[in-house]
Design a protein around this ligand. Structure first.
Ligand code: ZN
Length: 603
């Protein structure tokens, strides 16, 4: 919906919200909205259909039930006029619309309620009175019965509630109301200071984390980023963390982020080193925090304001997600949590991830940005063939752009980000679709339209080996050493000699079949379940043995089920592609390359 600015917020009477756990066992919140002076012709109420940061039409209204309206104790007729809009009949006001909202989604995007925990994004629960988007909002957050030890963690401004307590909060307008998710339950908390600004961590879910250490490490990340951009654009920040046995996700907000991690990714007491699991979580926190600037405040012009009723198209998501993905790990190096070899391991994994997706030859990262709504966010069995991740490849293009800008020692992506902040983010001006290319060319002192045409709008292979060599980093590619090999390290065992051209999921089902690969040429499809390979039951070990010991060109007979029908395919084994990347600091780079490497990686 439109959240266009003025008339001055104070001239409008406040919209009043109330949200209370209605039936935790049925996962129902009861949510009401009250308008003091409804429209004379009746009042419309609408719900966003997507949440900024996750580019998919999600139709949150499908979880609204039992919507009713009343005025001065009398029922008021209310009817739906669209999938996400209700219209209440005229009344003198105040008009209150109340709904029950089903909340049982363990993601960072919607809402959840059971007897132990509540969570919601405003986009999933708060109806917006149409025409009153700019009115100030007051929100009563009501405790569930008997939940004496529950706390509330949100960056909604307090309006009577005590910090971490139930009670009344406020927001300047609807746009602000829906950008401060609320976590409630028995929470593990920690606080730290970064840039002179208080930061909180609130962890939900059972865990045994070394929370003080988490706070220390998060503080380093936050301090570095605040220094990088020259100050914190908020007066308080909150990390909401949900620990689960399995899961991963994050969503950025202006003054907070919601993170989901595996319990094992939290640091444990007594551990000194940063495990790969913990590094994942640090990278996620760094990523969402970088979004405080890059996408929450430096944002595509089409997001100023968001239209939450429909898709908002931009070709720039690669910059907002890709550049953020580039910096998330780089910040861990810059703030001293990891060293350069560990950073290169992470970068090599990203290169491996991109190299393994044939879709990079079909779709550009600009096209992937534009079509996020129907492709990247709606992946299926064919996605690797036709879709490139504007996150992963976007981060490599960001790296390439950084190295391009650094080539003459004149500029860097750091300078570009600071310029974007000063020119667009700080004054609140949206970045036009060609804004980044123009600014990069300006900083480089030369026309970079060729770079953007090839790597952003086009699908040219990225010249990473040459560009990395220029900064004293050696890049090698080798075949994979098995299903668990994500790249970044020397092969732990024998590398594959052959490839099937398919990704095998659980129960030996083909999750993806790569276009023009050996399996596709033999007539196998995604969804086929391997039964036997070369006359042997097709266990993971049997398949691995064929790939590590076979010879390219050999024909191997495969039996598989397609639905319930047995099929036979003769696969001509292909040579295993060299798609697994390892990066190392060059042992004896030229003096120029070493100087550039030190400027880039400090090593
Ligand atoms: Zn992101």
């Amino acid at each position: 919906m439109s959240t266009s600015s003025p008339p001055a917020a104070s001239s409008l009477p406040a919209t009043r919200y109330r949200i209370a756990p209605h039936d935790p066992h049925a996962h129902l919140f009861e949510v009401s909205v009250t308008v003091a002076h409804p429209d004379a012709t009746g009042q419309a109420f609408t719900l966003p259909t997507w949440i900024p940061g996750s580019y998919l039409v999600r139709e949150f209204a499908r979880h609204f039930v039992a919507v009713r309206a009343q005025c001065n104790g009398q029922a008021v007729a209310i009817a739906k006029t669209r999938k996400d809009t209700w219209h209440a009949a005229p009344c003198d006001g105040p008009l209150t619309v109340t709904a029950q909202v089903y909340a049982f989604d363990l993601s960072v995007r919607t809402a959840y309620l059971d007897a132990n925990r509540g969570y919601f994004n405003g986009t999933a629960v708060f109806l917006c009175p149409v025409g009153r988007e700019d009115a100030p909002c007051v929100v009563d957050i009501v405790a569930p019965a008997g939940a004496h030890d529950w706390q509330v963690a949100t960056t909604l401004p307090l309006d009577g509630a005590k910090l971490h307590g139930f009670g009344t909060y406020r927001a300047a307008n609807y746009d602000e109301l829906i950008d401060h998710p609320v976590e409630m339950g028995v929470l593990a908390t920690a606080s730290f200071d970064a840039g002179g600004v208080p930061h909180d961590i609130a962890i939900a879910g059972r865990q045994h984390a070394d929370v003080p250490r988490l706070a220390r490490d998060f503080a380093r990340i936050c301090q570095w980023q605040i220094d990088f951009f020259g100050g914190a654009p908020f007066t308080r920040y909150l990390f909401q963390v949900l620990a689960l046995p399995d899961g991963y996700g994050g969503l950025e907000h202006r003054n907070s982020t919601s993170l989901i991690c595996r319990r094992d990714e939290l640091p444990r007491a007594g551990e000194e080193a940063i495990s790969d699991d913990y590094l994942n979580l640090l990278g996620l926190a760094s990523h969402e925090y970088f979004h405080v600037w890059n996408v929450k405040r430096i944002k595509p012009a089409v997001f100023v304001p968001y239209d939450l009723t429909q898709e908002n198209y931009t070709r720039q998501l690669w910059a907002f997600e890709g550049i953020t993905s580039y910096y998330d790990d780089l910040v861990l190096l810059r703030c001293g949590l990891i060293d350069a070899p560990r950073y290169l391991e992470l970068l090599a994994r990203t290169i491996t991830n991109v190299q393994r997706g044939p879709g990079r030859a079909t779709q550009s990262i600009a096209d992937s940005s534009f079509d996020a709504w129907i492709k990247f966010y709606r992946s299926d069995e064919n996605t690797p063939n036709t879709v490139v991740s504007y996150y992963a490849k976007g981060s490599l293009v960001a790296c390439l752009l950084d190295l391009e800008l650094r080539r003459d020692g004149e500029s860097s992506l750091d300078a570009l980000m600071r310029a974007l902040w000063q020119r667009f983010g700080r004054p609140g001006i949206g970045v036009p679709e060609d804004g980044i290319q123009k600014l990069a060319s300006e900083l480089a002192g030369r026309d970079l339209s060729g770079f953007f045409a090839r790597y952003v709008e086009g699908v040219d292979e990225l010249p990473l080996p040459a560009m990395l060599s220029d900064v004293g980093v050696d890049m090698t590619l080798r075949p994979t050493a098995g299903a668990k090999d994500r790249g970044g390290k020397p092969a732990a065992g024998p590398v594959d000699r052959c490839a099937l051209g398919a990704r095998i999921g659980g129960d030996q089902k083909l999750a993806h079949v790569f276009r023009d690969g050996a399996a596709a040429r033999a007539g196998l499809s995604a969804g086929d379940v391997l039964v036997a390979i070369d006359g042997i039951r097709a266990t993971s070990d049997a398949v691995a043995a064929v790939l590590t010991r076979g010879t390219p060109g050999t024909v191997v007979r495969v039996h598989a089920f397609r639905r319930d029908e047995l099929i036979t395919a003769d696969i001509t084994l292909a040579a295993a592609p060299s798609d697994t990347c390892v990066l190392t600091l060059a042992a004896s780079p030229s003096a120029d390359a070493l100087a550039r490497r030190q400027a880039w990686l400090g090593a």
